[in-house]
Design a protein around this ligand. Structure first.
Ligand SMILES: NCc1[nH]cc(CCC(=O)O)c1CC(=O)O
Length: 332
């Protein structure tokens, strides 16, 4: 596109910015609660609302409280809630079997939400890190994060989530071949309507720090995730990963983290035209919410500005811890 601009004063671009009414008429991108997927942290117990110190305003919730959160989200017009379990350290080991336990925390929360608020979509996370004694997304053998044996486990995990009623499965593990394996298994087991939202372009990022505290994986993690998550300097590789996942049966794709990778969102949308999501991750949230809390920035304004940026960059939606706060502002 080459914008046409006649010379001054035939064109005075400030005319279009003069009043709120005129600015609203020509606004190119808008934000609404329907754009949000709300990630929540689930813990055991009842009546539990446990603050996460590195994410001001975010709590670990017991299943009953997650159900209340889902009701609130639905009332605010948020279409989807995404579950991340904080697993009891006693249930973590090297075989990660808790990941496909039909009665694990994530599956109990899914069933409880689908019972109480059937209209909200439930998204679940596929990766072994909440269950793995060493904090990695895959099995570790002799210091290596092994691919194919991990994919077999991810399939069992995803099937248990589909069985529990998950609408959207989000593989965040970055193993090769998992989208194809998951799609094949879901089709074979009668879950042909379950959606796959692939964490297709997921970078090995320091912005995940507060999340790892929230799910209790920080202490456990040995080494880094660079043999499966992407290097920050790469963009062509992101396009290869997205194309590969779409060809294997992903319905939607994600770029993660969000703000430092808006160029990847734009490129992905332009290149593939698939439903594209960005994850505004825990570290991004911590920076904005933390600075807002101290009065260093206007918390509400930076929240909305950061979120509309994703829409402008081509995203169809955003996973954000701000979802309920932003929806409240947008609903007026
Ligand atoms: N499967 C791990 C996973 N799923 C979502 C996040 C990060 C989300 C966030 O930071 O908000 C991570 C962290 C990681 O890869 O170490």
């Amino acid at each position: 596109m080459k914008p046409t601009v006649a010379s001054f004063p035939a064109t005075r671009l400030r005319r279009l910015r003069r009043t709120p009414a005129i600015r609203s008429m020509v606004q190119e991108t808008t934000l609404s609660p329907g754009d949000f997927i709300w990630p929540v942290f689930v813990r055991d117990g009842e009546g539990e609302v446990e603050p996460i110190h590195s994410m001001p305003g975010v709590n670990r919730l017991s299943v009953d409280k997650v159900v209340e959160a889902a009701k609130d989200a639905h009332a605010l017009g948020i279409p989807c809630i995404c579950l991340f379990p904080y697993t009891d350290p006693a249930l973590k080991n090297e075989d990660c079997a808790e990941a496909w336990n039909p009665d694990n925390l994530s599956n109990r929360a899914t069933r409880a939400i689908k019972d109480a608020v059937p209209d909200i979509a439930v998204m679940t996370d596929v990766a072994l890190d909440p269950y793995n004694i060493n904090g990695h997304d895959g099995f570790v053998e002799g210091g290596e994060i092994v691919n194919d044996r991990t994919v077999e486990a991810l399939v069992k995990q995803a099937l248990s989530q589909a069985e529990a009623g998950a609408d959207i499965i989000g593989p965040s593990d970055m193993m090769d071949g998992r989208i194809g394996a998951l799609r094949t298994a879901l089709e074979a087991e009668g879950h042909q309507n379950v959606l796959l939202l692939s964490y297709a372009a997921k970078y090995a990022s320091a912005f995940y720090g507060p999340f790892r505290d929230a799910v209790g994986a920080s202490g456990a993690l040995k080494g880094d995730k660079k043999t499966y998550q992407m290097e920050a300097g790469n963009s062509d590789e992101a396009m290869r990963l997205i194309e590969r996942d779409l060809m294997e049966g992903a319905d939607m794709i994600m770029v993660k983290p969000g703000m430092p990778y808006l160029d990847i969102c734009r490129r992905a949308k332009d290149m593939f035209g698939a439903p594209t999501f960005a994850y505004q991750v825990s570290g991004e949230y911590a920076m904005l919410a933390g600075a807002g809390e101290r009065g260093w920035v206007d918390g509400e304004k930076v929240m909305l500005e950061s979120l509309v940026a994703f829409k402008r960059a081509g995203c169809d939606g955003i996973l954000t811890y701000f979802a309920p706060a932003a929806a409240k502002v947008l609903n007026g």
